[in-house]
Design a protein around this ligand. Structure first.
Ligand code: PEP
Ligand code: MN
Length: 359
């Protein structure tokens, strides 16, 4: 059983240091996570209940929690209610359902603006587009790099949409942060721990995709890397794992949605595009994810998929995407007390409980 000491928002530097010193004095290896609003000091296991009592009495301490999971800050034991993350006024997590959409890669200004406008009109709340593309082949299109980031920012500003893009290298974290609102950590980089530590030092939201062969515990430990650095704005994404099923590119593990929600307070998205690999399979998988209670979906859309430089076969056409948004609203209703960001006359009027642990 590990411990997390939650400091009061008014705690002073000296009080935080005193708690760390006491924890270390007990041989429990203190780790301080300085968040935007609160500081958490976590500690290795102790079975001694008097330790909890002693720490609780130190000046500046709000509460001391015992967590049984190895992911301390990501666990529901640490934070019972759903975390809600605000990105430029878009609320992610809790009852909110959001759709992230856009092309796989930023190929040109024209394409990004055309697809961006289409997904915005259909109700998507966040614009996606890859500038640094991790490709299986070194000979495939690798993305436009910083030029692509600039176009993404321009499109996001023009459409008034927050943006998400993948960062593949710790050395690019600074430049990506300059242009995008959410860092995407790709499936292949889920356990690039230096990258996770680097984005953890920023205050931008981080969208972590589950690795192709990673367990849910491993995904949550990756989230922990970011949280441990004081960046508490983490979103998780199930994007399909490798199985023996040959009909699809990857197998979407829909069960990951309720399982993660049981174990963690962090929002969990589903990526039907990369799981399916084929556009016709994207709508049913997206619906399954939202009906299972996902905080949203991330979908690749392209206006001319046969000419796409990356992931064309799985790109949905704008027209089908618009129709899917209507279907997703129904799936969100099935999932219970959900509010779709693209509005409907019942959902938006429901009372929404705020559960952000940052506030
Ligand atoms: C992507 O979103 O374009 C992507 C490469 O996804 P993944 O890391 O899940 O393969
Ligand atoms: Mn892609």
């Amino acid at each position: 059983m590990d411990l997390v000491v939650i400091m009061r928002s008014t705690a002073t530097r000296a009080q935080k240091d005193a708690v760390s010193e006491r924890v270390n004095g007990l041989g429990l290896r203190a780790h301080t996570s300085e968040g935007e609003f609160r500081t958490m000091i976590s500690a290795a296991g102790s079975k001694d209940i008097t330790v909890v009592q002693q720490l609780e009495q130190l000046p500046g301490v709000d509460r001391v929690l015992a967590v049984t999971q190895p992911y301390r800050l990501a666990s529901r034991e640490f934070h019972e209610t759903d975390t809600i993350i605000d990105v430029k006024g878009i609320r992610i997590g809790g009852p909110h359902v959001n759709v992230i959409a856009g092309p796989c890669a930023i190929e040109s200004r024209e394409l990004l603006f055309e697809v961006g406008q289409a997904v915005k009109d259909a109700g998507a709340s966040i614009l996606r587009g890859g500038a640094f593309k991790p490709r299986s082949s070194p000979y495939s299109f690798q993305g436009l790099g910083v030029e692509g980031l600039k176009l993404l920012k321009e499109a996001g500003d023009a459409l008034n949409m927050p943006t998400i893009t993948e960062v593949t290298d710790p050395r690019d974290v600074e430049v990506v942060a300059q242009y995008a609102d959410i860092f995407q950590i790709g499936a292949r980089n889920m356990q690039n721990f230096n990258l996770l530590l680097e984005v953890g030092k920023t205050d931008k939201a981080v969208f972590i995709k589950r690795g192709l062969a990673a367990s849910i515990t491993e995904l949550l430990m990756s989230a922990e890397y970011v949280l441990s650095q004081g960046n508490h704005r983490v979103i998780l994404c199930e994007r399909g794992i490798r199985t023996f099923a040959e009909e699809v590119r990857f197998t979407l593990d829909v069960s990951a949605v309720p399982v993660i929600q049981e174990r963690s307070h962090l929002p969990v998205f589903v990526d039907p595009s990369h799981a399916a690999g084929k556009r016709d399979l994207v709508p049913p998988l997206a619906l399954a994810g939202v009906a299972a209670g996902a905080a949203g979906v991330i979908i690749e859309v392209h206006s001319c998929p046969e000419k796409a430089m990356c992931d064309g076969p799985q790109a949905v056409l704008p027209k089908r995407f618009k129709q899917l948004m209507d279907e997703l609203r129904l799936a969100a209703q099935l999932a219970g007390n959900r509010v779709t960001a693209w509005g409907d006359d019942t959902g938006t009027q429901r009372k929404v409980e705020s559960g952000g642990w940052m506030s």
